[in-house]
Design a binder for this molecule. Structure first.
Ligand code: 5RP
Length: 221
């Protein structure tokens, strides 16, 4: 089974968590794209979706799936029923790193507005400690050098994501070389640095359920 076949299998398995008549939060990335393609078959059953990026909104709209802004959605309902998204890494505590596609801030906002976060991954994303995948940090451009200095103090090697601007008009600094043994502490610490919009550790907004594709089938963790 190829990695793409595993992504498709887990994306389709996530449909089980989509309830009729609700608003669904939708993530960003290649696995989320496969979920969007599968969700298109249910577009008449759901009230709508909230997208975690402009790219996701375009793909949903391309399938004719209704897309609402989060603010409009939360005027209709107290919370989204479910948020479905991929991840770059996950650990045994269902802490995640995300933001490989640069959509981490909107992803974290939509996850926070949802009752349940279903993370859809293939088995290559499972790690003992987060950090092997460079940790993205979204930063207001003025704070670029400040974040570089602070990341080095943590033992990381920060690299500006060249030629990339987030949907919010900010930059991403990818911090390489971290071994993250305290995901929640590091998430809080990085977010306390002035100029940081958010970082790609999802511990406060960790997954409620991880659906992991393996060559033998999809496993629920
Ligand atoms: C985008 C993300 C993605 O969920 C993450 O990068 C995984 O992507 P893919 O499903 O393409 O492997 O956080 O910001």
């Amino acid at each position: 089974m190829t990695q793409d076949e595993m992504k498709k299998a887990v994306a389709e398995a996530a449909l089980e968590y989509v309830k009729s008549g609700t608003i669904v939060g939708v993530g960003t990335g290649s696995t989320a794209n496969m979920f969007i393609d599968a969700l298109a078959g249910m577009k008449d059953d759901i009230l709508g979706t909230v997208a975690s990026s402009e790219a996701t909104a375009s793909r949903l709209e391309g399938h004719g799936v209704p897309v609402l802004s989060l603010n409009d959605a939360l005027k209709q309902v107290d919370s989204l029923s479910v948020y479905i998204d991929g991840a770059d890494e996950f650990d045994a505590g269902r802490n995640l790193t995300k933001g490989g596609g640069g959509a981490l801030t909107r992803e974290k906002i939509v996850a926070a507005a949802s009752d349940q976060f279903i993370c859809i991954v293939d088995q290559t994303k499972q790690v003992k400690h987060l950090g092997a995948y460079p940790l993205p940090v979204e930063v207001i451009p003025m704070a670029e050098e400040l974040l570089m200095i602070e990341a080095k103090k943590l033992g990381g090697s920060p690299i500006l994501r060249e030629g990339f601007t987030t949907d919010n008009g900010n930059i991403i600094i990818d911090v390489h070389g971290l071994v993250i043994t305290d995901p929640r502490g590091l998430e809080d610490h990085l977010n306390s640095i002035p100029g940081v919009v958010t970082n790609g550790i999802f511990s406060h907004q960790g997954a409620d359920i991880v659906l992991m594709a393996t060559p033998e089938g999809v496993v629920t963790l």
